[in-house]
Design a protein around this ligand. Structure first.
Ligand SMILES: [Cu+2]
Length: 161
């Protein structure tokens, strides 16, 4: 069985738990995440370039190491894997990332196609256009097993209007 989305996997794995994201039970589409929604490229007035890499001393990093957005802002995030192993960029709440990370450890082969995430092979580039609809403290991370612990996470702050 191939599970296409994280939401699908979570619903299978955690049927009895309450909704994971704030958007799940408040009348919005279930695709809406606490961190916001996919945005329209035409509305993006700012681009943030993010690199993902390993260092010679065994760390794994994002550059920049933190991201700040304004509530309501649409940003084009261009992500490049300049390292030598696969990496991913996932934006979510810290608790949601921790759950997702635990699932990745349990199901290392899991494939997902979530709008708030991109997985890239070495040398690849991808992008996410995102509208940060809600203010708060979120996180971007690589949830491939071992990478978070090696340094691949950073704060994503959405400042209220
Ligand atoms: Cu990684």
């Amino acid at each position: 069985m191939k599970i296409q989305t994280l939401a699908g996997l979570i619903s299978l794995a955690l049927i009895s738990t309450p909704a994971l994201s704030a958007g799940a039970d408040d009348g919005h589409s279930h695709d809406e995440l606490a961190v916001g929604n996919p945005g329209k490229a035409a509305q993006a007035k700012r681009t943030i370039a993010v690199s993902m890499m390993e260092t010679e001393d065994g760390k794994m990093l994002f550059d920049p190491s933190e991201i700040t957005a304004a509530q309501g802002e649409t940003i084009r995030i261009v992500i490049k894997n300049t390292g030598e192993v696969d990496h991913e960029f996932v934006m979510d709440g810290r608790a949601e990332n921790a759950k997702h990370k635990a699932l990745m450890e349990k199901f290392p082969e899991m494939e997902h196609d979530d709008p708030n995430a991109v997985r890239l092979a070495p040398g690849e580039e991808g992008e996410i256009v995102w509208t940060f609809t809600k203010a708060g403290e979120f996180e971007f991370a690589c949830l491939i097993p071992g990478h978070y612990e090696s340094g691949m996470h950073g704060p994503l702050t959405v400042a209220s209007k």
